[in-house]
Ligand binder design. Structure first.
Ligand SMILES: [Zn+2]
Length: 179
């Protein structure tokens, strides 16, 4: 198990549970592959630690070109694209359930993805069930297109690879509070 410390809180964690940043051409990039051979440092997938990177204290390390907001938006795009890819793969493997009623009646463990414009009524109905939810910043039409439908407010993934589990877990830690 390879561990690294977060440059902000100094907590040691497994490398895969940290976000790697690399210095490249006077820019700081997130290295999602964790393989770019450049000087690097690590930060927690945590909104507090990530936001701290915008403090003056880190400007010497990160350089003045570091744009926190731009990098957070890149991170979000990366997560959403990964989740979209995950839904796509699951769809091909017939591991998705589509629609509020189907999600509610599905009895086994599943990860439920919700569109940003789901109605309160549907959301409350779903919340009564003991399931893992992730509300995404995509609307019902976008979520629908991921599963070849016109519009979908809730879709469930019934089986996930561990790397996608990590992506969902990390996404929740950084962005789920926005919903
Ligand atoms: Zn940290």
């Amino acid at each position: 198990m390879t561990t690294r410390s977060c440059i902000v809180c100094r907590n040691k964690q497994e490398k895969k549970d940290l976000l790697r940043l690399v210095k490249y051409d006077n820019n700081i990039l997130f290295d999602f592959s964790q393989k770019i051979p450049q000087r690097s440092f690590y930060v927690c997938y945590d909104k507090k630690c990530l936001n701290s990177l915008g403090h003056k204290k880190y400007s010497k390390l990160l350089g003045t070109n570091f744009d926190l907001e731009l990098n957070l938006s890149r991170l979000k795009t990366y997560f959403i694209n990964s989740i979209k890819q995950m839904v796509n793969i699951s769809f091909v493997r017939e591991k998705v359930i589509i629609g509020v009623e189907s999600v509610i009646t599905y009895s086994k463990k599943a990860i439920i993805l919700l569109a940003s414009d789901i109605t309160m009524r549907s959301e409350n109905k779903l919340l009564k069930n003991d399931k893992t939810f992730l509300k995404l910043p995509v609307d019902r039409f976008e979520l629908g297109s991921w599963v070849r439908k016109t519009e979908v407010v809730a879709t469930g993934i019934t089986s996930l690879d561990s790397n996608y589990k990590d992506i969902i877990f990390h996404y929740q830690k950084v962005f789920s509070w926005e919903n």
